[in-house]
Design a protein around this ligand. Structure first.
Ligand code: BES
Ligand code: MN
Ligand code: ZN
Length: 537
């Protein structure tokens, strides 16, 4: 047989393998086939509510000031010993401060945890009303300092049910660990229970069961997804894990598009990003129907690993690109929290999932791709891939699910971190209304946003010579704004739309009270809050 026939035959069988691809969700694991671990993270401290602190528990005492609150857990003698310690340590109860005491009464320890926030020296209208008590952070930072404390704990000093439930939320968020790959530790973090004790235990328990527990569980799922390395987390395994989390949750519908389905719908942008990887791209759409009217759409960037593709990144810090799916995880987490707490809202969440790899079949700089709605993109950098997968995702969700508004969330640019650091995510919006709603939800949830410019002049950064738009290029436009403009190009002007760039906040380099070092789970609390406050009229 002549050589050319052989290669033509080979090509034919490769093509037919593509055409007769396995059903929607099938995905063989490409890799060593040896799972890195078969266990889950070590057990966290379970949370309970009670009127009284158990007699043998270490106490975490929430403090509003230097004054010891009136709590039944302390005998008069213990009280005066703690007061002496407060005075000699000059403890003021400020948020973020702790005082750890031992040898008082029979308690294994007493830890004072400050909850008093300073008046904010912050943006525009910071005033006295912004000062307050942060029960969440007080509990979260205390539990982090007691990670190795092998006794049961009780949190006391929260004055009412709301404060008690917030302390529980802070504790649960703060005690997160990702240790399923650590086989060589002598002592696992402590797993003895924590009792939140106070005057309205049953009301606090109800608040926890109905809302905060689901929020904390959803943040945990998101952090697990972010932390999971890319040899175990790829588009189809993301779909599997998120589907498992939604299993049995009422009023949920899940739609998964594989590459063949996306190709049929001309989603050349997302399929193009994933074409260098043997692990197929996916579009996962989860809708939750808990209310009436049009849904709020949430679209998340889900790059399970971003090498940069042919425009390859330098190795320094590249490992962190395993978390380049943080936006996709956040939209799923927020939806899970809303659904499990039976919020009366309608949500459609879409995760645009792909692995950005170099390879013989990878897309090249200079390639032109066609998107779902027919608009075309010239690829100047294969490393500006987040905006590409989102281009198809936002067009698809707007067209098929007819939302009343659309928020996308993405680890889109290094530029946003250089602009606003690690305390704020960047917010971009064409109209003030949606921006204001998001800023309000940020304030209420504690996940902060800073609005950045979407000036029309920056739109020229995405004009292409040969296609409708290009995905990057040298201009004077700030990088994060150019990225926002690019996504906005694919969202109809009549659609209220906002873009959140979370590349500076998805990963903590050091611990914060509600987030240990590592995956932050940013966006779950923010989007959960936004959805509760904003439904279609
Ligand atoms: N995933 C990165 C952005 C990123 C950087 C996230 C650091 C988290 C931490 C994104 O895909 C990217 O590579 N962006 C480029 C855009 C550029 C090529 C236009 C960037 O920020 O340099
Ligand atoms: Mn990139
Ligand atoms: Zn990326």
């Amino acid at each position: 047989m002549p050589k050319s026939t052989i290669s033509r035959l080979a090509m034919f069988s490769a093509l037919s393998a593509l055409a007769f691809a396995a059903p929607t969700t099938a995905q063989s694991v490409v890799g060593s086939g040896v799972p890195a671990s078969t266990v889950s993270n070590s057990t966290e401290r379970p949370i309970a509510f009670a009127d009284q602190a158990p007699a043998d528990a270490g106490l975490i005492l929430l403090m509003q000031s230097a004054e010891l609150p009136d709590i039944p857990a302390l005998s008069p003698a213990e009280r005066s010993a703690v007061e002496t310690a407060i005075a000699s340590a000059d403890f003021k109860g400020k948020a973020g401060t702790n005082l750890k005491l031992r040898g008082i009464g029979d308690r294994p320890l007493i830890m004072l945890a400050g909850a008093a926030q300073p008046e904010k020296a912050g943006p525009e209208d910071a005033g006295p009303e912004d000062a307050g008590l942060d029960w969440k952070s007080a509990a979260g930072s205390a539990v982090q300092k007691l990670m190795k404390e092998g006794s049961g704990l009780a949190i006391v000093g929260a004055p009412d049910a709301a404060a008690m439930a917030e302390a529980a939320l802070g504790l649960d968020l703060g005690q997160y660990r990702f240790d399923r790959y650590q086989t060589d530790v002598e002592t696992a973090p402590a797993a003895q229970s924590v009792t939140i004790a106070g005057p309205s235990a049953s009301a606090a328990q109800a608040l926890w069961n109905n809302r905060y527990k689901h929020l904390a569980d959803s943040v945990r799922m998101v952090r697990d997804l972010q932390s999971e390395p890319a040899n175990t987390l790829y588009p189809q395994s993301f779909v599997d894990r998120v589907s498992a989390a939604f299993k049995g949750v009422p009023n949920i519908r899940i739609e998964v598009l594989d590459e063949a389905a996306m190709r049929k719908m001309n989603m050349g942008a997302i399929v193009g990003v994933g074409q260098g990887s043997p692990r197929g791209s996916r579009m996962m759409v989860v809708s939750y129907t808990g209310g009436s009217g049009a849904p709020l759409a949430l679209a998340g960037k889900g790059i399970t690993f971003d090498t940069g593709g042919i425009s390859i990144k330098p190795n320094k810090g590249m490992w962190a690109m395993k978390a380049d799916m943080s936006g996709a995880a956040a939209v799923m987490g927020a939806t899970l929290s809303l659904a499990k707490s039976r919020a009366s809202v309608n949500i459609v969440a879409v995760a645009a999932l792909a692995e950005n790899m170099p390879g013989a079949n990878a897309q090249r700089p200079g390639d032109v791709v066609r998107t779902y709605g027919g608009k075309t993109i010239e690829i100047l950098s294969t490393d500006a891939e987040g905006r590409l997968v989102l281009a198809d995702a936002v067009q698809y969700v707007a067209d098929r699910y007819k939302p009343f508004a659309l928020v996308d969330i993405a680890t889109l640019t290094g530029s946003v971190g250089r602009a606003v650091g690690d305390q704020y995510a960047g917010l971009f919006a064409r109209e003030d209304e949606i921006a204001d709603r998001l800023l309000k939800a940020a304030e209420d949830s504690g996940e902060h946003l800073w609005r950045l410019p979407l000036h029309p002049a920056y739109a020229k950064a995405i004009r292409s010579d040969i296609a409708d738009v290009k995905n990057s290029g040298v201009t004077d436009a700030p990088g994060a704004s150019a990225g926002a403009h690019f996504i906005g190009y694919f969202v109809d002007k009549s659609m209220p739309w906002a873009h959140l760039d979370i590349a500076g906040v998805d990963w903590n380099n050091s611990a914060k009270p509600l987030t240990p070092k590592g995956a932050s789970g940013f966006g779950v609390r923010l989007l959960d809050q936004l959805a509760r406050d904003w439904t279609a009229r």
